[in-house]
Design a protein. Sequence first.
Length: 650
Amino acid sequence: MEFQKNADDKLMKILIVEDQFIEANDLRFILQKANYEVIGVAKSVTQALEFIEIEKPDLVFLDIRLRGKETGIDLAKELNKNHIGFIYLSANSNKSILEEAKKTNPYGFIVKPFRPKDILITLEIACYRHKHSIESQSQQENILRESIEEIMHSALKWENALLQLAQELQTYVSFDYMRAGFVKDDHHPTGLLRKNFDSYEIIDIDKFSKITGKSRQELFDLKESSPKLEFPKIYERDAFNEIFQNSPIKRMIVQSFGLKSFIAVPVRIENVGVFNFFFFSRNSDSYNNEHLSLLTKLETTLAKFVTTMNTTKREVSTPVIKKKTPIKAEDNSTEFCSMIGSSKEMLTVFDHIQKVAHSETSVLILGESGTGKEKVAQSIHQLSPRKNKPLVVINCGAVPDNLAESLFFGHEKGAFTGALERRIGKFEAADGGTVFLDEIGEMPMLMQIKLLRVLQEKEIERVGGNSPIKVNVRIIAATNRNLEEEIAAGRFRLDLYYRLHVFPITVPSLKERKDDIPALVAHFMNSFSKSSEIKTPQIADSALQQMMTYDWPGNIRELEHIVQRAILLNGDSVIKEVPLPGFSKNSGEEKPQEFVIQSIHENERDYITYILKRCKGKISGKGGAAEILNIPASTLYSKMKKLGVNSLNH
């Protein structure tokens, strides 16, 4: 097997943590037969930690339920700290336990009873992911080091240099507020509050004084009376609550900006003292040991940055602050393929896109229908080194099973009845570029097997062909289905899931990011008015409030169509009401008695039915439902078939 050896060309060392003798022995036999080195079997977290202290394993097979008070999830957290990969073993399908286990980022998950094949395939995928994780970390470190060096060679003043540093770090260590300053210093630390994807507000001493209602001297006294955090550490949950109680200045920062966790990174400056970088987040679980490890490895570079760019130790007066011009919400659209948003949920998506774009890692985009998953895929491609090569989109749900292999991989002349000439498949056409597999949850099982081979071997074979063809493509996949449920139901392969799930990006539903609705409405109004050559109307606050109250089952796609319809139906220069399902025409308020809880598929079916009625059953062509829905006609036919919608009824 390809991954049986580690970087030193020795057999991979594996520790088994399992308290059931028969299962542990079976697993040991399977691994040893496949030429892996099993360094031991532990029955508890305590025993496992003793093994790890004596001989660090390359990978751990870990049962969730173990003897003693501590669980496999507790051990997983320790393994993460030591950068040891692990695979969970469990017979427990309790949803809350599985969700807690997923948060620890395992390399795999095997459900008992297991087969030898399950073990070996999952192990191979785990090794693949571990290898790419190490490569990714090394790549991130090199990219950041080069970027920081570049800033140091610029003529920027301290605050602007700090802004540039923040923009570089944001991609890899996302934060909502950054604070930087010497532990012992007469100057107040500089704060940067994130306002948009690439826009920050500088919070100097005067601004912080105004926000908190405290004088300069009071703030200085609070800083002096707070504990000095001189060691790198993640502060979340209990540790965060403790520092919140004991540090008056941290408490004031947290309360002022609604923060829930942070990383402290001290940088020691020779002959000067300790300079602290703090990265705060509004989420309680934003940071992990990979973030801390990355920042720690950059300590020397950050120290050099502070020494080179910071002048507070050599100047008597406070430096002049030059603020960067804020970026408007719409400005993100250029870099991210017309994606609009400045909510924290969308900023996270933009950060993930920026982070993964330059790598070769497979990406799995998750989210409801209409959230803009294809836009995410387009953005990743456009920001990647492959941007000048093709981005080939395949809608897996719209491909008939009997034509799938030919469409994906092509065929030779005479390969089957009707194959009158050679045909190049989508993967071959995308060579050097990106393949976007939309609705991958609907891919037939046979094609899943063939796709897995492409990912592993990086080669395809045309139908009727005699030899493999090497292809260099990056895979981005998307689905609105819960793939873990599909795996449990036997409709999706576990090995393919873990091969694709290297870097997942979850696109939030519109109801999770309602703060973005005003900017989205303005964008769609301007776009539609421009394309229709009509004057862009204004929208009343009452109409906007309607839209903020609605739950948007069709997400961004539904919002765009509602805006277009509102413009077409509006006879005045101001839109006072929008045509939302379930709203009273006279009062503008939602009618509770008309509200019915529906599934996502039911909402999608009703929405497609509504559009088809408007188009009088016309699907493709000018004015057809596919054009209004802004999706290919083939995709619409596929959705209609899946949802049981008949165009003849409209």
